[in-house]
Design a protein around this ligand. Structure first.
Ligand SMILES: [Zn+2]
Length: 278
């Protein structure tokens, strides 16, 4: 049963057969499978999803159903391997219609996003006119380093590549203030609001009450920024329950921008070419 008429694109989720994700999915009320995801998407009127890639760079390793696009993800220790080969594989992905961008994980790779090692990746993104999405803020593992995932680091990359579309994933949470400054200054940086919730919220009203200070901060910073054409909905599935996530984002994004934040912006920024929200 559909709970909403709002047509939604999930601009950030993970679709990866990985043991940790299996446990995380259960905590959110799901199974880490395409069937469970598809059902959850249907139930919540989510018509398309953008996979934030993990794992191998080989295009053959990236096969997804038609309701998904993907960003090829550089999540491994790839910079210590054969760089030229890695860059060539990224390009092979970018040539495909279903590949709508690149995902960088600088906190996990221990490299700043402005490091020259990433230059060929930005150049490919420019050549194929597809975004570079970057994990920012808190990391899922303790051996990652926050200095590399801090949102302020995107400022230098955005200035170095002004004609590349960058996506700041997770608003650099919890470094919200710095994230907003980077977004205010650099118009080639968009943001997704994924990764802010985990698991299934047992009582949404109690949750919203308890977290009202944090939620007010989100609302106020987005209002201060005033750039709702660069804000995208994303769930970070299998991390969070989708129904909870939609309810949560609706609390800090004003209703007049829901069409843009939940659908139009991701459609435009990731060049998905889906039929509009109307
Ligand atoms: Zn993610």
């Amino acid at each position: 049963m559909k709970i909403s008429h709002l047509k939604i694109i999930d601009s950030h989720f993970h679709f990866y057969d990985y043991e940790v994700f299996d446990q995380i999915a259960v905590a959110a009320g799901y199974v880490n499978s395409e069937k469970s995801l598809h059902q959850a998407y249907e139930d919540n009127n989510i018509v398309h999803g953008v996979v934030m890639g993990n794992g191998a760079l080989e295009p053959d390793e990236h096969t997804y159903p038609a309701y998904m696009s993907y960003c090829v993800g550089l999540d491994r220790d790839w910079i210590h391997g054969d760089m030229a080969h890695a860059v060539a594989l990224v390009e092979e992905n970018l040539k495909r219609r279903q590949c709508c961008g690149v995902k960088l994980y600088p906190g996990y790779n221990h490299v700043y996003v402005s490091d020259p090692v990433y230059d060929p990746i930005y150049e490919l993104a420019r050549k194929y006119d597809k975004p570079v999405a970057i994990h920012t803020g808190l990391t899922a593992t303790a051996n990652a380093l926050l200095k590399y995932s801090h949102p302020l680091t995107l400022d230098e990359a955005a200035v170095k590549f002004p004609d590349v579309q960058i996506v700041m994933c997770h608003i650099g949470n919890p470094f919200l203030q710095d994230a907003i400054a980077v977004l205010e200054k650099n118009h080639n940086v968009a943001v997704d609001v994924s990764g802010l919730l985990e698991g299934k919220i047992p009582d949404m009203n109690a949750f919203l009450k308890e977290k009202r200070g944090y939620i007010n901060m989100l609302r106020d910073w987005f209002s201060y920024l005033g750039a709702y054409d660069r804000v995208m909905f994303g769930t970070d599935w299998p991390l969070a329950n989708l129904r909870d996530y939609i309810a949560f984002v609706k609390v800090f994004i004003p209703e007049r921008y829901w069409g843009d934040v939940f659908f139009n912006n991701a459609n435009a920024i990731y060049r998905l070419g889906l039929k509009g929200e109307a």
